[in-house]
Design a protein around this ligand. Structure first.
Ligand SMILES: Cc1cc2nc3c(=O)[nH]c(=O)nc-3n(C[C@H](O)[C@H](O)[C@H](O)COP(=O)(O)O)c2cc1C
Length: 392
């Protein structure tokens, strides 16, 4: 049964009345009776971590913003640019009030002067649903923050929080070197909480059900794509086994097996089939040297790892923002490194050379972009089938 998303399977946005029927805005009513400090303590007690990919504790982020000099800002990250990701868009389009309730609670917790809601302008269904829902809030006397929707032509890097802030301040879609963190100096140099859309939906649940009840279940949204029969968004408790989630998504297409899953879109190392019994939680995945991100991509047995590596590095080479020369060069070198293995297997020497190249670009550049590409490249090389004879 869904709690983040409405239970019925329609694409129609949920109305305010329908949302109230399933407990909607009770969390906000409770939040209004709490002091901001107690509100943050509740989110800390729920041990909620951000759902935008970085997994940062939400309560701790809010506490840092709340401690800074006024004014404070809340920025909602509705960019969702990770390949295969569709959970945030689905949430905004189908359950706009779930997101708006979380937004109202977050704004109250950090005493936000202004709320900026960044969106990919291609998400027209989500934008319409949110704007209509906000009008319903206004008519019901709930719209008590200064909220601005900011739809932008989206590029991948603009989802990174500092690049996103730069765009909101009419600058280029390029990250800045942290520190300063947005919680210290964000929008207009003032303390800013940047939160993912699903994080805010979870905040609404924390207040509606209480920290303890939330922590007992931890509902999450999983975008499942790639080589499965039923790609889509699945709501399930944190800790669901990867194998169970793959079954819910219909398993592999006919005649194939799923040989690996990328659990954080193109940004995290894969989990191989021998580990599919892993519970999907940030801690468990960390132990496997990977992490839970915005989407899970199933890799079928017909897709070679050389091909996959090339596809992923082509994406990074295309999406680098161009600010750091080492990033531009590194992403191209990594893409070219996989090119020979689109059609043939690497020799032991070829694999070693590609591995060394990937290692060379770890921890380079001012943001995590190149390091992410290099880390994923490093993880894919050992999975490429070795050639029977040396061919490089
Ligand atoms: C290259 C890159 C792209 C990102 N894209 C997104 C995105 O599309 N949506 C998102 O919420 N976070 C994205 N993030 C993470 C944000 O920088 C930030 O951690 C997040 O919005 C914070 O919200 P949370 O704490 O609620 O997860 C991206 C990070 C990087 C490095």
């Amino acid at each position: 049964m869904g709690v983040l998303l409405p239970d019925d399977n329609t694409a129609v946005p949920e109305s305010l009345a329908a949302y109230r029927r399933r407990g909607g805005y009770q969390g906000y009513a409770r939040a209004c009776r709490l002091e901001p400090d107690a509100l943050i303590a509740e989110v800390e007690a729920a041990e909620l971590v951000g759902r935008g990919g970085a997994g940062f504790p939400t309560g701790a982020k809010w506490r840092m913003v709340a401690a800074g000099p006024l004014p404070h800002h809340l920025v909602v990250n509705g960019a969702e640019g990770e390949p295969g990701a569709m959970k945030d868009r689905t949430l905004m389009a189908r359950a706009p009030h779930r997101v708006l309730e979380g937004l109202l609670i977050a704004a109250r917790a950090i005493r936000a002067h202004r709320v900026l809601f960044y969106l990919n302008d291609e998400f027209t269904d989500a934008i319409t649903a949110l704007k209509d829902a906000w009008q319903e809030c206004a008519r019901a006397g709930l719209a008590d923050v200064d909220l601005h929707f900011v739809p932008e032509t989206h590029v991948y890097i603009a989802g990174e929080e500092t690049a996103l802030l730069s765009v909101l301040m009419k600058g280029p879609a390029q990250p800045w070197h942290k520190p300063p963190y947005p919680s210290e100096k964000g929008y207009q140099g003032e303390p800013t909480a940047v939160n993912n859309v699903e994080t805010l939906a979870a905040v609404a649940l924390v207040l509606e059900r209480g920290a303890k009840a939330f922590a007992a279940e931890r509902p999450m949204l999983f975008s499942v794509s790639g080589d499965v029969r039923r790609p889509g968004v699945y709501e399930a408790p944190e800790g669901i086994l990867l194998s169970t989630l793959l079954e819910r998504a219909g398993g592999p297409p006919a005649g194939q097996q799923i040989v690996a899953v990328l659990p954080g879109g193109y940004s995290m190392p894969p989990i191989t089939a021998d580990r599919f019994e892993v519970p999907l939680s940030p801690g468990q995945l960390r132990q496997l040297g990977t992490g839970l991100g915005a989407s899970l991509i199933a890799v079928g047995s017909e897709r070679g790892f050389g091909q996959l590596g090339h596809d992923i590095m082509t994406f990074f080479a295309r999406e680098t923002c161009g600010k750091c020369p080492v990033c531009v060069k590194g992403c191209q070198v990594l893409r070219d490194g996989f090119e020979p293995y689109l059609t043939r297997a690497p020799s032991a020497e070829g694999r070693e050379a590609l591995l060394l190249t990937a290692k060379k670009y770890r921890h380079k550049g001012i943001c995590s972009f190149l390091d992410t590409a290099a880390r994923v490249a490093e993880s894919l090389v050992p999975l490429m089938a070795p050639a029977e004879r040396s061919s490089v």
